[in-house]
Ligand binder design. Structure first.
Ligand code: GLV
Ligand code: MN
Ligand code: MN
Length: 414
């Protein structure tokens, strides 16, 4: 029976980013496919039945897939240079929790499944939670299929190269109807549990959030031969917009605005850029406030661009309304887990997408650095174990198993 930390150690070579540090594991790239293979093998060793759905999500079933299932899991992809825990902790904890249940001789009354969602970070194709958005019909499958990575490969092409059939992608009512309850365990991406001195918490809500691409176009030119007064340099409005994003977000309660990616084209030291692509990630507790923030920044982008003789095109790449987790389930789990603290989060999750369709909940595991989406993200082995114990308790409670002495069968090893 492996611990969550041992399972994480088993994959710490896959997708390790030797240049940026941390891990770069993007959906259907080599590292993420190796992680899928590793997961499939681990699930099969536990006697689980593994399938890939039409939307590139992996499912491992304890027993026959069926209605009113209790589903847990998370994702295996990362941001560029991300931490080891964001996503994989939820997947390995699910496996370890099943081991714990099996060791106790537990037999679930309801079907139980572990899911690995595809492209949760949007690190390759730009739309986060792509697998759960497709499953729930939250994104048009034609749009999803046409998304392209920075090398120009479309999501449809990536699926096909991985042996999947992109034409089948889209809302999956059969899969959705099977999910009775969804619980995602995740490393905490803030300091809430540090401050409360608790190893495990339950999520209350997720900030509304989205991504917008600003393409600012000017005139490419020579850095030495072009007098300062003769330039139409798109880097200037872009830079002003980065500062404006910080200032605008500071004025809205609980809001965040980030420009984490800015790409000048063609990108030469001695070249005035011809265009700049920059992505704004904006979030806040209220949908209207997030929309208002983006509207304000869009207006400023037009103004700054015009002042430099540039043009701007703005496109929304993704959006998710504020997610409130099922209040009944949340309270039930907080009580079950010994009055676990209930905390909001600013990070997006597949559980937030599913929450609009099925009762969903999240468990957070303390992160002693408070840092996430960076190599310093961490969880101590004893806190990971507390997470596994809490998840096992949760699954046992929700799957309504018979007490161990009445169990007829348990998960078998092959
Ligand atoms: C994913 O972690 C996000 O919040 O962007
Ligand atoms: Mn993340
Ligand atoms: Mn995550």
């Amino acid at each position: 029976m492996a611990t969550a930390s041992e399972l994480l150690s088993a994959i710490d070579d896959l997708g390790a980013d030797r240049t940026r540090g941390g891990f770069s594991r993007h959906v259907l790239d080599r590292a993420e496919q190796e992680l899928r293979e590793w997961f499939t093998e681990q699930a099969r060793l536990r006697g689980l039945q593994v399938t890939t759905d039409a939307n590139a999500n992996l499912w491992a079933w304890w027993g026959e897939p069926g209605p009113d299932a209790v589903v847990t899991g998370s994702h295996l992809d990362s941001v560029p240079g991300g931490g080891a825990f964001d996503g994989p902790l939820g997947v390995v904890s699910a496996l370890a929790a099943l081991d714990l249940l099996r060791a106790r001789g537990f037999t679930p009354r309801r079907p139980l499944a572990v899911v690995v969602f595809a492209e949760e970070e949007g690190g390759r194709f730009g739309v986060p939670c792509l697998g759960s958005r497709l499953l729930t019909g939250t994104i048009d499958p034609d749009r999803a299929r046409a998304l392209r990575d920075p090398d120009g490969v479309s999501f449809a092409e990536a699926m096909r190269s991985a042996g999947m059939e992109p034409e089948r992608a889209g809302r999956d009512d059969a899969a959705l109807e099977r999910i009775g309850r969804f619980v995602e365990l995740h490393v905490e991406q803030g300091r809430g549990l540090i401050d409360l001195q608790r190893p495990v918490g339950v999520a209350s809500s997720i900030l509304s959030h989205g991504r917008w691409r600003f393409r600012i176009t000017g005139q490419g030119n020579h850095a030495g031969a072009t007098p300062m007064g003769d330039r139409r340099d798109p880097m200037l409005p872009s830079s002003r917009l980065v500062l404006a994003a910080r200032d605008a977000a500071r004025d809205v309660d609980g809001a965040r605005a980030t420009v984490g990616r800015l790409v000048p084209n063609p990108g030469g030291t001695n070249v005035v850029a011809s265009s700049v692509d920059m992505w704004l990630d904006a979030r806040s507790p209220a949908d209207a406030a997030t929309r208002g923030l983006v509207a304000e920044l869009s207006g400023l982008a037009e103004k700054y661009a015009a002042e430099e003789g540039c043009r701007v095109e703005i496109s929304e790449e993704s959006y998710a309304d504020t997610a409130h987790f099922d209040a009944g389930l949340r309270e039930e789990l907080a009580t079950l887990l010994g009055d676990a603290p209930v905390l909001p989060t600013g990070a997006g999750h597949d559980a937030g997408i599913l929450a609009a369709h099925t009762p969903a909940a999240m468990l957070f595991v303390r992160n002693p650095t408070g840092v996430s989406h960076a190599p310093q993200e961490h969880a101590e082995p004893e806190d990971c174990e507390a997470g596994v114990t809490a998840l096992a308790r949760t699954l046992e409670h929700l799957a309504g198993g018979r007490p161990p002495e009445h169990s007829a069968t348990s998960l078998q090893r092959e």
